[in-house]
Design a protein around this ligand. Structure first.
Ligand code: 5RP
Length: 224
């Protein structure tokens, strides 16, 4: 296992200690979330932990079912108790870029529906300023229009090869360092045909950062 994987697993293992009997858990997508999923499967098998879960992607559903996590379709649910998910970058104000795995549309729905959202990352993810290319999900019909709108906002969109789980297009949009994430999020939210973006500005309540030596836990005390 790489140092990054060890760090991701440490963060995930610390986070799943928050999961208790009877909880409905929203499961994120990506390699860090995968460690949380396998850890929860282990707790179900070893401790008899009684939970149910819903997922943020088809890959997550497959992984959860494979380790014996009772799985519900999210479209039947109005809320979950706890969401555990990774991030691509996160700043000191708990504002994150997500969607490296292309699942940010469902991830934002599940994170918003969660009473508590825990973000789990390795030490490479915290940054001072969000700067990596921002994933967006786009209605194929609106592909050129949305690309133009992104350019007019100062971004350079690149289309990913495969479709999203919803059969839409995914684009990574390079805006450089994002000085005002809230302003950019509002502008993107207003573009017809742009179905979702990876700026998570208010959803995350707690952050677990894993590294070789252990896990640092940070709690967000004030929501924006
Ligand atoms: C998927 C995501 C992931 O949480 C994000 O890309 C982090 O992935 P990883 O845990 O593999 O580093 O947003 O859409």
């Amino acid at each position: 296992m790489t140092t990054g994987d060890i760090s991701k697993r440490k963060a995930a293992e610390a986070a799943i200690a928050e999961v208790t009997n009877g909880m409905l858990v929203g499961l994120g997508t990506g390699s860090t979330a995968a460690f949380a999923i396998s850890g929860l499967g282990r707790r179900i098998a070893e401790e008899g932990l009684r939970i149910k879960a819903a997922g943020t992607s088809l890959a997550t559903e497959t992984a959860a079912r494979a380790v014996g996590i009772p799985f519900l379709a999210f479209d039947d649910l109005a809320s979950v108790d706890l969401c555990i998910d990774g991030a691509d970058e996160i700043d000191p104000l708990f504002r994150a870029i997500k969607g490296g795995g292309g699942a940010m549309l469902r991830e934002k729905v599940v994170a918003s529906a969660a009473t508590r959202m825990i973000c789990i990352v390795d030490a490479s993810k915290p940054v001072e300023t969000l700067a990596r290319p921002l994933p967006i999900e786009v209605l194929p019909f609106a592909r050129s229009y949305v690309a133009g709108a992104v350019r007019s906002l100062g971004g350079e969109p690149i289309v990913r090869p495969g479709p999203s789980d919803q059969d839409n297009l995914l684009m990574d949009c390079d805006f450089g360092p994002i000085a005002d994430p809230a302003c950019l999020a509002r502008a993107l939210d207003a573009v017809p045909g742009l179905l979702g973006h990876g700026l998570f500005l208010s959803e995350i309540d707690a952050l677990y950062i894993g590294d070789r030596s252990g896990v640092e836990r940070r709690e967000r005390h004030q929501k924006p």
